[in-house]
Design a protein around this ligand. Sequence first.
Ligand SMILES: Cc1cc2nc3c(=O)[nH]c(=O)nc-3n(C[C@H](O)[C@H](O)[C@H](O)COP(=O)(O)O)c2cc1C
Length: 331
Amino acid sequence: MADLTTKFLGLNLRNPLIVGSSGLTDSVDKIKNIAKAGAGAVVLKSLFEEEIIAEMEESMHRMTSREFIYPETMDYMDHDEDEDSVRKYLRLIKETKAAVDIPVIASINCVSAQKWTYFAREIEAAGADALELNLFILPTDFSRTAAQNEKLYFDIIEAVKKEVKMPLLLKVSYYASNLGQLLQKLSMTGISGLTLFNRFYSPDFNLETYQVVSTNVLSQPSDLSISLRWIAVMANRVDCDLAASTGVHDGEALIKQILAGANAVQTVSTLYKHGVDHIGVMLDDLKRWMDHEGYGSLDDFRGKLSQAKSNNPASYERVQFMKSFRHFIFE
Ligand SMILES: Cc1cc2nc3c(=O)[nH]c(=O)nc-3n(C[C@H](O)[C@H](O)[C@H](O)COP(=O)(O)O)c2cc1C
């Protein structure tokens, strides 16, 4: 019988399938169901940097008016007023940890290395097993250079690492000028893992109202190809674990990401479409395939189709359609 256990960020997972940060992971009850359905771990819905900063300023104001002047005296759990989103988040971590026995990874959506990083301590103290930093800079600020944008990633990691010992997972997008090298350098900063890649709301136009609307909130199975290529290219070339994310909708996609070299695989959209019981279907498919292929553990085939181990490494770098396009037209 196939053994699905795996190590990810130094944590022991019963299997590599992680439910990614989303509305699916924003309450204890939902996460209990996810754990019951068999997931290996969960990433909580992200808390936003702006929310943390707003609450810190509010707390500071309350405390200075009570003559508490040091930020170190802040205790988000002790206010007797209405619970804000930040304290709710810490409670979500605590209660989730008490309710499930799978690793719980907190998540912060950040765009700067400003004062919010202090708050990572609170997340660690609340009991999170790890922290995913969901970091996204859309390169649309024409006054900033690529180097300035990239520096921000390193600044944020450095600032958060000063605050906490828990494993850090960095979730990035593929909007970077020299992606392979950037990912490799990021992996050398002492982070424990990289999640490739986040997926964002994208704009579309409504031709009747002339309004800009968001489109394709949920991914399609065909969206797998970008993360699959980059997991395969980066496997064995980074100093940290790799989590695949985007377009993993079924057991086949899960298997492919492990063959590419992923240590863990995140999924979201397919669970919105099919419900969390789909986790069990995906894991059954993985087990069945491993039994059929004679693999006893994930390590028996992890990275077998990574670029580094491939007997045709150029196939990961072919980007032009010429040959296959001709074939497509003339057949
Ligand atoms: C409704 C929804 C909410 C999401 N919220 C977050 C979030 O708060 N933080 C985050 O890092 N990613 C968020 N994501 C992105 C997912 O974690 C994931 O990276 C993305 O959906 C790609 O995976 P998939 O193809 O399996 O859906 C969200 C996705 C969806 C569909």
